[in-house]
Ligand binder design. Structure first.
Ligand code: NAD
Length: 455
């Protein structure tokens, strides 16, 4: 079957109501849960074979988060599907007014490689709950996961409901040309623009989950030990290849020495100096990305860490002394290198951040509530944490998405259901009563009456 035949079939199935009822949607979600539970080990093995993602990380950030999301969708499905009743106004009285949540139709979900199970199956749960038919396009860089998802989806689902299409940019371009009803894309801002252009051609909605450089502000009152542990936990997960990983840190100069010392301690505690790719630490995804990161490392002033092994695609976490104009401060790092800029005036930090593209996440460590509020109000970013790093994504009741360059739209929990639903406003009127005053011809008397009624 060609791609265009497949999309036509999915569209026809959608119009025939294949996913319309509550029961069918619930069944699909339960099947998705079964697919994950029955194949948990195969999925984790595939993640390990693609880039050495350790078992614990794979379980928590991919399997657990997907299962949590499916459960949230199942639990709330009936409520979320219900139309929302709206009070009529004087002009619409007597009538019933309500908002239906209609699925878009046939949607395309394109995933990135860094969390290849999570970034495909988590939005899929929302798309199925909302009643869509779905084409999934996992990243070609995680080939084992992509192959496995393809096989599993084929085994557990009807092709008319969900299909996986594998491939890289060329295949994605072909998919973007098909008559989908919505694109949901996770990836870089560069490819996000390609996706948005294709959506503009068809005038269909898009959700763009993109990346950026996520800052961490560490103010002078932050406790250095806990702060260092939380920052490095966020940075070391997936070897820094996380869209919401701390990208760089801004440390008050009074805290610099203590923070560096506690950073060494934190890493010693996490790994005891023994990084074992595939067991306790993730590999860099490809030689291309390994060489890119090594290049950044070589041009930097390394405070500690940064040993490398090309054969193993291993890069040790490294703390780097940096300035705003350094090469490492230009693009998203997406690896275990952590540039540190020191400051003595937090106003300057806010001004610098305002000049830069809006990040997907921002983290601030301080008990100064005025400063916390200022940063939230004055620096645009998608979401973040106060005195914590990247855990805001773990609560499915919080919408997850970017701002400006880091994306548009959001998902997770109810926000996923909404991301894949169109609001349809309905006014339902009885045939009786029916007054002539509503109808033409409109004379001065009628307008005077209307004005009296509404003034
Ligand atoms: P990417 O943009 O290179 O690729 C994403 C998807 O687009 C892949 O499926 C790929 O096959 C496809 N693609 C790549 N080039 C294409 C082209 N020229 N035309 C059409 N399709 C193309 O991103 P990536 O390298 O897979 O992931 C890293 C990026 O994703 C980072 O910027 C990261 O911050 C971001 N990201 C964001 C989130 C989020 O939730 N906001 C999550 C993970 C990753």
């Amino acid at each position: 079957m060609t791609i265009s035949e497949l999309v036509e079939r999915q569209k026809a199935a959608f119009l025939n109501g294949v996913n319309r009822s509550y029961d069918v949607r619930r069944k699909h979600l339960k099947t998705l849960k079964k697919l994950v539970l029955e194949n948990e080990h195969l999925l984790i093995d595939a993640l390990n074979s693609d880039f050495g993602k350790p078992y614990s990380e794979a379980y928590i950030t991919e399997i657990f988060l997907v299962l949590q999301e499916i459960d949230v969708q199942i639990r709330n499905l009936r409520t979320w599907m219900k139309p929302i009743a709206i009070k009529p106004t004087v002009t619409t009285f007597p009538s019933k007014n309500f908002i239906n949540k209609q699925p878009y139709g046939t949607v395309l979900i394109i995933g990135a490689w860094n969390y290849p199970v999570h970034l495909t199956l988590l939005p899929l749960a929302g798309a199925l709950a909302a009643g869509n038919t779905v084409v999934l396009k996992p990243s070609e860089l995680t080939q084992a996961v992509s192959n496995l998802l393809n096989k599993l989806v084929e085994k557990y689902f009807d092709t008319d409901v969900i299909t996986v299409i594998e491939g890289g940019p060329q295949k994605t371009a072909e998919l973007l040309g098909q008559p989908f009803d919505k694109f949901f894309f996770t990836g870089s801002p560069k490819v996000g623009k390609i996706v948005m252009k294709a959506a503009a051609e068809k005038l269909i909605p898009v959700t763009l989950e993109l990346g950026g450089k996520c800052p961490v502000i560490i103010h002078e009152d932050a406790p250095p030990e806990t702060t260092a542990k939380r920052v490095w936990l966020g940075k070391c997960a997936n070897a820094g290849q996380t869209c919401i990983a701390p990208d760089f840190i801004l440390v008050h100069e009074k805290l610099e020495e203590k923070f560096v010392q506690e950073s060494r301690e934190a890493l010693k505690q996490f790994f005891s100096g023994d990084y074992i790719p595939g067991e306790n630490y993730t590999r860099i995804i490809s030689i291309h990305h390994f060489d890119r990161l090594v290049n950044l490392l070589e041009g930097s002033e390394v405070i500690f860490g940064g040993s490398t092994n090309r054969e193993n695609r291993f890069i040790e976490p490294a703390l780097i002394k940096a300035g705003w104009d350094d090469e490492i401060m230009q693009d998203e790092i997406f690896g275990p290198l952590l540039p540190m800029i020191t400051y003595n005036d937090v106003n300057e930090v806010i001004r610098e951040l305002q000049k830069r593209p809006s990040p997907l996440a921002l983290y601030i460590f301080t008990n100064d509530e005025e400063l916390q509020q200022r940063v939230m109000d004055e620096v645009p970013f998608g979401g973040g944490c106060i005195n914590e790093a990247p855990f805001h994504t773990f609560n499915p009741a919080l919408p997850f998405g970017g701002a400006g360059n880091s994306g548009m739209g959001s998902y997770h929990g109810k926000y996923s259901f909404d991301a894949f639903s169109r609001k349809q406003s309905i006014l339902k009127k009885p045939f009786w009563p029916d007054t002539d005053i509503r109808y033409m011809p409109y004379d001065d008397k009628k307008i005077a009456w209307f004005k009296r009624l509404f003034s």
